[in-house]
Design a protein around this ligand. Structure first.
Ligand code: SF4
Ligand code: SF4
Length: 427
């Protein structure tokens, strides 16, 4: 099938250790980086803030607060491009005072205290630390880890497949933070009532697999599984089918089938929050594409993307397009003044010449490649045509809401029709 041949461009980045990127002079923290209810700022221009201080929140349960990544002064509350929702959005601008003053909002607990800490308290830490799904979806993790009691969780799947063709941030976390992942998994197991654990990775992650086997090999009810996973199998329901052989019906969620899938970076963030008292103020980001030195950076949330190009001495006149969050599921951004968010797993730069030579969109030739390639058995071209009419009732009848935004239909389309982004925007 065509989508089996999505080429990985990871050779250099996957062997490059995580490098800590310097704190920005001005951090731009977007309020709404999660999927859920919107946040309101709880700071004002002129306020001093400390590292890790909560700066925006909501009383609604399905929400996730944001924190200051640096210490300094709030100099502006304005708008900036938010790649999470492909729109301009409210953000808090903080000027760095270089004092690195830390907030004392979080008290870490030790591993020995996990047994006597209630699940509710652990969920509260995860919520207060602003942890959301870092694999791309951005759903608040405390909600994902609170399935209704009538659905006992039998399987926790650690999604270590990282299918995005240019992304290696999770792979480096697997290699360099393996022991921290074990700590995070223990927290999640406690919350979910001790399910079996399957760590699902790809055979191509040659350095990570022995590390995982070394750290998790003697853990009870824990399996490390390295498979020949195709790109889209990072999706929760597809991964679940590949591992356990059953599908989640269109109207159901994975938890209703007794399974919860958690991404590697999210588990790392859970461990940092619980054991280090560190809210989600930084993440590992892959910097890759048509650049001399692909790498993985530990970047503060709110760092302007332009700063990453500047620091790496990259002349922007040679760059035609910058994609954030993966070339398949992410988005091209209109400005590199946009900041890193919790959902910025990667920054991929494409050269001006490559973009100029890119094939332009033409009419559908009815080849049906998009239909054959869709991993959730949708008819992308029919949904796209309904949306373009516009006939949203028809798009819904064609199950547009089941689209997982994997980008495969757009990738295989010989007419370069923007199927995936159009379908995702209609949901
Ligand atoms: S329709 Fe959605 S799920 Fe199907 S291939 Fe396109 S983006 Fe992926
Ligand atoms: S892959 Fe593109 S050209 Fe082929 S049927 Fe789908 S939309 Fe049309």
């Amino acid at each position: 099938m065509p989508y089996e041949h999505i080429k990985e461009v990871k050779d250099q980045a996957r062997i490059t250790s995580i490098e800590t990127f310097p704190d920005p002079k001005t951090a731009i923290v977007i309020l709404n980086q999660h999927s859920g209810k919107p946040l309101s700022s709880i700071v004002a221009v002129g306020d001093s803030v400390a590292i890790g201080q909560k700066i925006a929140s909501s009383k609604e349960r399905i929400s996730s607060p944001v924190h200051s990544p640096i210490s300094g002064e709030v100099v502006k509350i304005g708008t900036i491009y938010n790649h999470c929702f492909e729109t301009f959005a409210d953000a808090i601008f903080i000027e760095n005072d270089d004092k690195k003053t830390k907030a004392k909002e979080f008290s870490p607990i030790s591993e020995s205290e996990i047994g006597k800490t209630s699940s509710a308290d652990l969920l509260d830490i995860i919520h207060e630390a602003g942890i959301i799904g870092l694999g791309g979806a951005g759903f608040p993790t405390h909600i994902k880890l609170s399935p209704p009691a009538e659905f006992p969780i039998k399987n926790l799947v650690v999604n270590a497949t990282e299918g995005e063709p240019y992304d290696t941030a999770d792979e480096r976390v697997l290699i360099e933070k393996t022991a921290n992942l074990l700590r995070g998994i223990k927290v999640i197991k406690k919350i979910l009532g001790n399910p079996k654990v399957t760590i699902a990775t790809k055979v191509s992650k040659a350095e990570a697999i022995p590390k995982l086997q070394e750290v998790f090999g003697n853990e009870p009810d824990t399996t490390v599984f390295a498979g020949h996973f195709r790109y889209q199998q990072g999706d929760a329901s597809i991964l679940q089918k590949a591992l356990f052989g059953y599908e989640t019906p269109p109207t159901k969620r994975s938890y209703e089938m007794g399974c919860i899938v958690q991404n590697v970076a999210t588990i790392n963030a859970v461990a940092n929050a619980v054991f280090e008292g560190e809210p989600l103020i930084s993440r590992v980001v892959t910097f890759n594409g048509d650049i001399a030195q692909p790498k993985n950076l530990l970047v503060k949330i709110g760092t302007p993307i332009s700063g990453i190009f500047n620091k790496n001495n990259i002349d922007m006149t040679g760059i035609g397009q910058v994609v954030v969050g993966g070339v398949m599921m992410g988005h091209a951004i209109p400005t590199t003044e946009a900041p890193i968010t919790k959902r910025s797993s990667s920054i991929i730069a494409f050269s001006e010449s490559k973009c100029k030579n890119a094939q332009k969109q033409t009419a559908c030739i009815h080849c049906s490649k998009c239909i054959s390639a869709c991993p959730v058995k949708l008819h992308p071209i029919l949904i796209y045509s309904a949306i373009m009419k516009p006939d949203f009732d028809k798009a819904e009848k064609l199950w547009n809401k089941d689209c997982i935004g994997c980008g495969t239909c757009s990738y295989v389309c010989p007419s370069r029709i923007p199927l995936s982004s159009t379908i995702m925007a209609s949901r």
